[in-house]
Design a protein around this ligand. Sequence first.
Ligand code: ADP
Ligand code: ASP
Ligand code: MG
Length: 616
Amino acid sequence: MVGGAHSTGFFLYGFSGMSIVVQKFGGTSVADRGLILAAARKAIRAQLQGHQVVVVVSAMGKNTDRLIQLAREIHDNPPAREMDMLLATGEQVSVALMAMAIQSLGYEAVSMTGAQLGIVTDDSHTKARIQSISADRITEALSQGKIVIAAGFQGVNERHEITTLGRGGSDTTAVALAAVLGAERCEIYTDVDGVYTTDPRLLPEARRLTQISYDEMLELASAGAGVMHNRSIEFAKKFSVPIYVRNSMTDARGTMIVADPESPHQPVCGAALVKDQARISLSGVPDRPGAALTLVSSIAAKKIAMDMIVQNVGEDGLADISLTVCRDDLPTALKAVEEAASELDAEAYDHDDDVSCVSVVGLPMAEQSGVANKMFRALADAGINILMISTSHIKISLLVSRESAIEALQCVHEAFQLERAPEPRPAESVPARPHGPASLRPARNSNGVAIVTKMQGMEGLIVEGITLDESQARVTLYSVPDTAGLAADIFDEIAAAGIVVDMIVQGHSVEGTADLSFTFPKEDCATAVEVAERIAKRLGCHGVTSCPQIAQLSVYGIGLRSHTQVAGQMFESLGAAGINVEMINTSEICVSVVVDARQGAKGLTALENTFREFIL
Ligand code: ADP
Ligand code: ASP
Ligand code: MG
């Protein structure tokens, strides 16, 4: 079953009428005495400007890394509970020093651990999710004129065991506190000037964005933009918290993360890289509905997020499935694979831990053709081979060898001219996107101040909708040679025939060839088949199959990838209804599958039943 149902409970509380600002300082921003004092002054300044101030801090400098190193020197695979006990100390040091710094400057401050902040999480040590926050203690201290210094990254489960939220999790603490307190804004102070088109430490030509949408930031963060913890953006979107990402050392303007940015709309707003990825493939799975996807469920059950999931049903009726996980998760994921392989009677499984995933993200790409082609061409021109392809409405991800990863990122960044500021968009050109679900926004008093002291189910799954699209057709090319540049050539030829491709999926190659599937408007089926057959003949592919109409079922929501169980639940529910999944793509805001057109309505009902309790 999918984790706890989302429920919110609002408890009215007396309020002071002042607006609340949450400021978060990352590790490098509190790395020494001088920096702590500088951060303390920022908090005091905000208080002097008339705000109640909550400061969230991370462990100083590289302290968390050091603690992890210490643990590894003692134990090869440190138990997760003890790891949390250890890691939480990093933040405890920082909050105490920050409170002392503020007091040394003559102002009142009080430090609080996760437990004292009332942050209750689930039981997943080292990857815990926030379930509820009881903010009474914070609001009481604020009303006494104190600056509250909150330990980031930590909480306690219901049995008072210390938990942590996953690396980079202080951002999530900050945005969650801002949400529960109804803060006017959440300021994230870090060591760069804001959110860039890609990591400015990898590509100096990266450009700072003045604004970015929650959806795009969520995808970029999941695709590797480590500047924000992806789960913090889930909170921001759900509870409409405006975020300002700024440099703690300068007064640079920073980046605003909001529901509907005013900035120009480019098809691609940024590119990101997850350098340390691992691919896992299971081949020769007897093809009964849902079989290969058992693998996804078993990995999801271990709370491991999967980035690319690519399934191909071969001509021989045996399915192959490949997916990628973060390299650190590989040992645990492989245990799940072993179990799934024997359960499924699969012929073989293998993995490659020397791969990286390069993605581009942009909301408008769904309405524009040629975005994927441009990305393929950029890599082709650099002679970089694409190992796997997975596209969604907001993101295109390509798997490449780790040694070519930075070059791939650079080529893609250049191809989309991300270093250049785009033209301003005409005011009426882009419709406003919906804001976070209204029902989740904290109630506010007439001064705009939240009147909430406790919210439950905060990080619970939210499904915003489930759709069925029956307007498309599919073509699959079997055994396409695994050569750099071929994807670019194929999709250029398809585009030249006037076909606007929606979803593209290319699996991992076996014996030098890979299967490639794509969807497009069904009116174009005859032309697409003709072009595909021409390409197949020229390249010596094994053949082409097509389906004149397919059904695309999509589940929309918030944080669907990080709620690892969603993909598994979807496949299980379709499998149980006897429906075979032909193609898959996943992103944080949407998971889509392609099934036989005759199964569309049945699939929709199955998914609605599965996700009923999470639908807003
Ligand atoms: P903090 O300790 O303040 O939380 P992090 O190291 O977690 O800081 O995040 C800031 C770092 O994120 C930057 O130093 C930068 O290298 C990296 N980064 C990755 N992608 C991006 C991006 N798109 N924009 C800005 N910074 C990025
Ligand atoms: N200190 C934790 C880490 O290094 C949390 C954070 O910095 O956000 O991952
Ligand atoms: Mg961080």
